[in-house]
Design a protein around this ligand. Structure first.
Ligand code: PLP
Length: 396
């Protein structure tokens, strides 16, 4: 199948990323000749086991962890569920979970369904955010109690890119003897992470957000952290996650982490400069365009901008005619016309939340693409506003 991807201007990298060509090359032998089972006793399987451990070491290196602290899972969602459910099973007498109002559905919906899943009644504190998407540390401190089993706070928000001070928050949780999990699915590969001296107990990674394939994830489990597996079965991952390993994807994720380490400076300079050019251009060229999220405490690749009095879905359809790909709200919530829970938590007015577009760039974007988007967007918004009864009402 030809997706015509060479013509596409892809600015939806927080939804998923292109698999890097180097990653595809690294994976190919494990989809063809090297098909042994890593648990087998023979040399044919053993060499596959060694490739898994090399990938494990590359992933550990990217986040400043020990290879033994890396457990492969099927996705970021599985990693999030595993960490939170493990803590609740470890401390069944503790029924309180602290999280935020802006988590990805992988954590948000799990917390909403905890009572059904564990058979226990839980108390969930969902920390509010400020208008710029940041958290209040005082409210965080006050939320922690004797019965708090785990704190789960994302490292960076998928919709706005806003970064939370998770290292500081984990240190506070540690002082109170509370486990700390962070969903770092959007942060890993984009900003430097070093877990060596941190108090983070669990951290989730998803391969498809950093140029590895979909369907591979990691749960980092700090050495010494009590842990109860989510998937029981074979002895894979030292008994921490049953199931024959997704070898090719694991190898691909290892290569993606090597690439991310090598390209971290580019992500934080060239990609950031492209994002800033796009953001400043849109905010200055288009009237009543607003940035959602903190100006600086943000991932270098993400710009979430509201165009007041127009529908995000309509904007996306018009962008699609030029093969410009972006998102309105998170990928998981598009398809529903509900404004995003993240923007609602930030108090973004209804008329702006509905017209929000998330542009998320990657190392594969070019300045010519940014210029093309800046050229097309003003007319798209102007034409839609010309048809909007809300816009004419607001400008009476
Ligand atoms: N957490 C965050 C912050 C995400 O952005 C996503 C995916 O969009 C996930 C978790 C889920 O990851 P996966 O698609 O690998 O299950």
């Amino acid at each position: 199948m030809n997706c015509g991807s060479d013509k596409v201007i892809y600015m939806d990298n927080n939804a998923t990323t292109r698999v890097a060509p180097e990653v595809v090359d690294a994976m190919m032998p494990f989809l063809t000749d090297c098909y042994g089972n890593p648990s087998s006793m023979h040399t044919f399987g053993g060499q596959v086991g060694r490739a898994i451990n090399e990938a494990r070491a590359a992933i550990a290196e990217l986040i400043g962890a020990d290879p033994e602290e890396i457990v492969f899972t099927s996705c970021g969602t599985e990693s999030d569920s595993t960490a939170i459910l493990s803590a609740l099973q470890t401390y069944p007498e503790k029924r309180h979970v602290v999280t935020t109002r802006v988590e990805h559905p992988a954590v948000k919906n799990l917390c909403e369904n905890l009572d059904g899943l564990t058979g226990h009644k839980h108390r969930i504190t969902r920390l509010p955010v400020e208008a710029d998407g940041t958290l209040s540390m005082d409210q965080y401190r006050e939320s922690l109690g004797e019965d708090t089993a785990i704190v789960s706070v994302m490292w960076a928000n998928n919709e706005t890119g806003v970064i939370f001070p998770v290292e500081e928050m984990a240190a506070i949780a540690r002082e109170r003897g509370i486990l700390f999990h962070t969903d770092a699915v959007q942060a890993v590969g984009k900003i430097p992470i070093n877990l060596k001296d941190s108090c983070i107990d669990f951290l989730s990674i998803s391969g498809h957000k950093l140029h590895a394939p979909k369907g591979i994830g990691v749960l980092y489990i700090r050495k010494g952290t009590p842990f109860i597996p989510f998937l029981n079965g074979g002895h894979q991952e030292h008994g921490r996650r049953g199931g024959t390993e997704n070898v090719a994807s694991i190898v691909g994720l290892g290569e993606a982490c090597r690439l991310a380490a090598a390209k971290m400076t580019e992500e934080n300079t060239r990609v950031r400069a492209l994002r800033d050019k796009l953001e400043t251009g849109l905010l200055t060229k288009i009237p009543r365009a607003l940035l959602n999220g903190h100006k600086t405490e943000r991932l270098p690749n993400t710009a979430n901008i509201s165009f007041e009095y127009v529908e995000g879905e309509a904007i996306l359809l018009h962008m699609n005619r030029y093969q410009i790909c972006a998102s309105s709200g998170s990928a998981c919530t598009s398809g529903s016309l509900e404004p995003s829970h993240v923007l609602r938590a930030m108090g973004v007015p209804f008329t702006a939340a509905h017209g929000s577009i998330r542009f998320s760039l990657s190392i594969y974007n070019s300045e010519a693409e940014v210029d093309f988007v800046l050229d097309k967007m003003p007319a798209i918004i102007e034409n839609l506003r010309a048809m909007s009864p809300f816009w004419s009402e607001a400008n009476k």
